[in-house]
Design a protein around this ligand. Structure first.
Ligand SMILES: Nc1ncnc2c1ncn2[C@@H]1O[C@H](COP(=O)(O)OP(=O)(O)OP(=O)(O)O)[C@@H](O)[C@H]1O
Ligand SMILES: [Mg+2]
Length: 330
């Protein structure tokens, strides 16, 4: 596209309030500057764009194009503004390092490509429930100031046989415009699907097709799959991801840090490490739920701070919930 057309596309998308079109036009302009070896200008434009992304109000997302749907009119995607960044999560240092380098590569993707190197763009998060897999994917989008596109995997694969490829095509042609963190939650569902079907090569074909399109997607989106049943995915699938990150259940120190984080906006006076010890086996999501229960109790009782009594009640409630879940799972 000629430079004047790039500028026109940029202004037009801004006037129409088309966030997605705006991001895409801005990326095209940056690529154009890189092609002309104007790296300084390209870096400055990237920094402005990132700042613009961070300042956007949450949940404000608009696209002039209709969302991709199945033949039966079921949506294949939902679009969201990320509500968190890395600061909202307690993660092991090595995980923070990997996530930080992935987001960094994404930011500097045009510079990497100018050197003939592709940025890593696909990652599989594995780990037990409630330990931050989906939240980490969202936080990567939050750090980058780009929207989340969540794929409704059940809808993609469970419609008519042979429709999966068409559904994927629909998704990726929609996502061709703009930059996204594309989240496939419960990716192992494909593994389960596979055993139900006669064709055992299907899983590999679907995953290969997905990752191929991600690669062809100009590297302008990050692809994140999550699974808490990774054994359902075979090694051929694992190998297709640029990175595999394990998000473990939180230990005592991590539970304490999650508790502190979730109580940061209220006064609290109790033995946090003691509370963390009592929450043995709790996931980060369960620690969060306990913190919120404790705050609710404090507010309802018109107390001034979260104390031993509130947190003890919340932990007991958490234990009860865990027992119900465990017994219902046999
Ligand atoms: N490591 C963490 N630090 C802080 N909060 C966390 C962490 N992990 C989870 N949470 C909180 O718990 C909520 C649920 O976590 P999340 O949805 O990321 O779990 P998950 O690993 O994707 O679980 P599932 O396997 O059930 O999908 C998050 O929105 C977040 O508020
Ligand atoms: Mg999840």
């Amino acid at each position: 596209m000629a430079r004047s057309d790039l500028v026109k596309a940029l202004i037009r998308s801004h006037q129409q309030g088309d966030d997605v079109g705006f991001q895409s036009a801005a990326q095209d302009l940056i690529q154009d500057e890189r092609r002309k070896r104007h790296d300084l200008v390209a870096d400055q434009l990237e920094a402005i764009l990132e700042d613009h992304g961070r300042r956007r109000r949450p949940h404000q997302i608009s696209s002039l194009r209709p969302l991709p749907k199945t033949r039966d009119d079921l949506p294949l995607l939902t679009l969201e503004e990320p509500r968190m960044t890395f600061q909202d999560l307690v993660l092991p240092l090595d995980v923070v390092g990997v996530l930080g380098s992935l987001t960094d590569e994404f930011r500097k993707r045009s510079a990497l490509r100018a050197h003939g190197v592709a940025p890593r763009s696909s990652v599989l998060f594995v780990g037990p429930p409630g330990c931050g897999k989906s939240a980490s994917a969202e936080a990567m989008a939050g750090e980058l100031g780009i929207p989340v596109a969540r794929v409704q995997l059940a809808t993609v694969v469970s419609s008519y046989l042979g429709e999966t490829a068409r559904n994927l095509e629909q998704i990726f042609s929609f996502l061709d415009v703009g930059s996204w963190v594309l989240i496939f939650d419960e990716f192992d569902m494909l593994g389960r699907e596979r055993s139900d079907r006669a064709d055992h090569g299907e899983l590999r074909r679907i995953v290969a097709a997905m990752l191929q399109v991600v690669e062809d997607h100009r590297g302008d989106s990050l692809f994140v799959a999550t699974s808490n049943h990774p054994t359902l995915l075979d090694s051929a699938v694992w190998r297709r991801f640029d990175e595999i990150v394990e998000l473990p259940a939180p230990d005592e120190d991590a539970r304490c840090a999650v508790l502190e984080l979730k109580l940061r906006s209220v006064r609290h006076e109790f033995d946090m490490m003691g509370a963390s010890k009592s929450m043995k086996g709790f996931s980060a999501a369960e620690v969060e739920a306990a913190a919120l229960d404790a705050i609710r109790l404090m507010v309802l009782r018109i107390d001034k701070c979260v104390g031993e009594e509130h947190i003890a009640y919340a932990i007991e409630r958490g234990e009860e919930r865990r027992q119900i879940v465990n017994s219902s799972q046999g």
